[in-house]
Design a protein around this ligand. Sequence first.
Ligand SMILES: C[S@@+](CC[C@H](N)C(=O)[O-])C[C@H]1O[C@@H](n2cnc3c(N)ncnc32)[C@H](O)[C@@H]1O
Length: 370
Amino acid sequence: MAAPSEAPERRRPFGRRFLTDPTRLFQHNAWDNVEWSEEQEATAKSKVQENSSQLLPQDKQEEYEVNAKRYWDDFYKIHENGFFKDRHWLFTEFPELAPNRNPSQNEDSLCEFSCKEVSKNEGLGSCENGHCTLENRAENQLNLLKSSPRFCTEELAPQKLKQSYEDYPGSSASYRILEVGCGAGNTVFPILQTNNDPGLFVYCCDFSTTAVDLVQSNVEYDSSRCFAFVHDLCNDQSPFPMPDESLDIVILIFVLSAILPEKMQCVINKLSRLLKPGGMILLRDYGRYDLAQLRFKKGQCLSANFYVRGDGTRVYFFTQDELDDLFTRAGLQKIQNLVDRRLQVNRGKQMTMYRVWIQCKYQKPAGPQL
Ligand SMILES: C[S@@+](CC[C@H](N)C(=O)[O-])C[C@H]1O[C@@H](n2cnc3c(N)ncnc32)[C@H](O)[C@@H]1O
């Protein structure tokens, strides 16, 4: 199918297994850069129309927003750090996380789940990040909801009133990375293991205190190289421990999708201010019509392309254009914005699962900002 927005850019994907002969479909666990037929796209669209035809009442919606932190705390109490797989593929896709790394190190398959979870869930036909939904096969097609406008009351201009930062954690580092929505640390610890630059300092934050506790209590947590802190991206009163324009990299892995769409622009603006000129935001997140979106049932939709899972956590499914809009409005310039369509195969059950992820890199211009 045609990408929801721009054509895919040329890249060196680490997934290079292409399904050219359909009879070989069940010979591998996954195929890269799969083309969708028009019919498949129409079916996906109709499933989304169906599962978004009935929105959750406003009071329930507010309850999920007010208690968002508690739902994620509960998630980490149940799964601890066993759910998301450590992602050594990060360095192939995002070499900026370890610029001095030897490219042959730690190559790994692109898998956002732990292998244990995938095999446990395979064939149930319905699990995504441990958030199970049954495939919705209802027939009615109703109106697809229109996207609500994104607004942000916050000024984009650099803040004039800054708190003074002289000796903050990582102040003497020469290369600073911040991971937001770090969960149990499945991105942070691979970065610390792989990037041996003595000038590296890694910050990570999450609004779930349970998640931050898991990071801090990990045996690999080294406070001379890393600082984990509780931070709610949607709370304007919640300060960062580092000054504006101090970070080389901000990374968001499946995090922006967990935020109320109306608040996304403020979050990206805030993160953009933390970047040094020339610094970059790296993102990987769910794309429109990903399997996980198609499997939501009627009654789980909060607003267009935004759903609540059975455990109370929420997820949005992006197009490339929406992400481009969010980043460019925050004053950043596109380095990469691509859609990654992968066909995962359960050979045992002869099942196919079409995944759609979006990957972006946006850079703060090096010149002076107006
Ligand atoms: C799908 S998980 C991804 C976790 C981690 N990035 C990973 O890939 O393993 C989404 C994460 O975003 C965090 N999160 C959601 N809303 C947040 C907010 N407003 N502020 C900070 N973190 C938030 C959740 O607690 C959760 O850890």
